[in-house]
Design a binder for this molecule. Structure first.
Ligand SMILES: [Zn+2]
Length: 419
């Protein structure tokens, strides 16, 4: 079965790729980058295994040397991508990431090490790159990509490698790339499933042609909520680097207009043809998106309107929950996460009832009518969705905990593990 991006559900009618059957559709494109004047003796020694491949050769390596590539994110996909782009001899590598290295990143973000925990990811990644290849000019953007800086940053590069893990940034990367006429290599990972493609509006579809609408809020868990097999990052990140090298040097057939779908459990790679959508809001015949959106978080709706409404005057903090517990308040505390998450860390006294069982109505009978109901999840998004469902079912006084378990660990009991 075809897994739609990070979508564990199967409702492909409402939200899924606008694709047709795979065919023999391929494009050959001229090299994206002009060759550098020459390679030094050091460079010739270092890149000899590239130089003796006829399709790469001296010309291809000079193009790599002249190339400026930006990695958006030095996380799961950015880590292997940056390591191999550096080793391959891409002359200028930009890294944009505002996050710091966390212990839970090390399972897959192999560009960072134990001694980097707590450091900015962009700086940690830059150090690793310099260790692999000091000939690379590394540019650090230790900042969050936003609508005010994205075009200015992208315009400094030939090619963007997108390793973002959230829809708001993903749509913004796409829109900025299309508006600037830049190609970018996209990748996405979830549990055992990965996808990759090259979006280049001049030659093929854009991300909005493939996914015109972001998924409904709460439908797609993030890697932090849903998990990802560490090595999947290498599988997809290396496809992204492969495509970047092909684009820069003009060899092979890039994944323009084709979506690569990888299933690690079945060990299956499939290619799906993707056409430019004449109705695409951005690159279609009558575009409605002609500049960056005002607010990508809004567009992607991190929390649904119903959930937002349900949490009004029905939200408590982790500290307030602790006070309620200490005062002996009669309440029913429900953890709406999944069993595997409950095993990692849970708030004392919480009963596990996964969100899906509440939304389906299956678990409603387990909720008492005469006690204060308190819901929580990891960060407050899922519990807000569950709260909306409970309120709709008549539990008007139910509340949820802002920031969930993460907030509990941070503000009430730092001795517990976070994830
Ligand atoms: Zn489009």
């Amino acid at each position: 079965m075809f897994h739609v991006m990070s979508n564990p559900a199967t409702d492909e009618q409402q939200w899924g790729p606008q694709t047709v059957d795979p065919g023999e559709f391929t494009v050959s494109l001229p090299p994206l980058v002009e060759p550098a004047a020459e390679l030094s003796i050091d460079e010739i020694r270092r890149y000899s295994r590239h130089l003796i491949i006829p399709d790469v050769g001296m010309d291809g390596q000079k193009r790599l040397k002249n190339a400026k590539v930006l990695a958006v994110g030095a996380g799961g996909l950015g880590s292997p991508a940056l390591l191999y782009l550096a080793a391959a001899g891409v002359g200028t590598l930009g890294i944009i990431d505002f996050d710091t290295v966390d212990e839970s990143n090390l399972q897959r973000q192999v560009i960072h090490g134990v001694s980097d925990v707590g450091r900015p990811k962009a700086e940690s990644a830059a150090d690793s790159i310099r260790e692999i290849n000091p000939l690379v000019n590394v540019i650090i953007h230790n900042t969050a990509l936003d609508r005010d800086n994205v075009k200015e940053i992208f315009s400094q590069y030939d090619l963007i490698v997108d390793g973002t893990d959230n829809f708001a940034t993903r749509y913004m990367v796409n829109d900025a790339a299309v508006l600037l006429g830049k190609p970018y290599v996209w990748g996405s990972i979830y549990r055992f499933d990965g996808q990759a493609s090259v979006f280049w509006e001049e030659h093929g579809p854009c991300y909005r042609c493939l996914y015109p609408e972001p998924p409904p809020p709460g439908m797609v868990p993030s890697c932090a909520e849903g998990g990802v097999l560490g090595v999947l990052c290498a599988s997809i990140g290396s496809i992204q680097v492969n495509e970047a090298i092909k684009l820069i040097t003009g060899i092979g057939e890039p994944l323009v207009g084709r979506l690569m779908v990888y299933d690690a459990l079945e060990m299956e790679y499939r290619k799906i043809k993707v056409r430019k959508d004449p109705n695409c809001a951005l690159c279609g015949e009558n575009p409605t998106v002609t500049d960056l959106l005002e607010d990508y978080d809004d567009f992607c709706g991190a929390v649904s309107e119903e959930a937002q409404e349900a949490t009004l005057n029905a939200t408590i903090t982790a500290r307030e929950l602790k006070e309620w517990q200490d005062s002996g308040k009669d309440m029913f505390l429900v953890d709406v996460r999944e069993p595997a998450e409950y095993e990692i860390v849970s708030i004392p006294g919480a009963t596990l009832i996964p969100k899906g069982d509440i939304l389906s109505g299956e678990a409603l009978a387990r909720f008492p009518q005469d006690r204060q109901i308190v819901l929580h999840c990891k960060s407050g998004v899922r519990s807000a969705e569950a709260l909306a469902a409970l309120k709709a079912a008549g539990f008007k006084d139910a509340v949820h905990v802002q920031g969930g378990v993460v907030s509990w660990v941070n503000t009430v009991d730092p001795s517990l593990p976070s994830y």
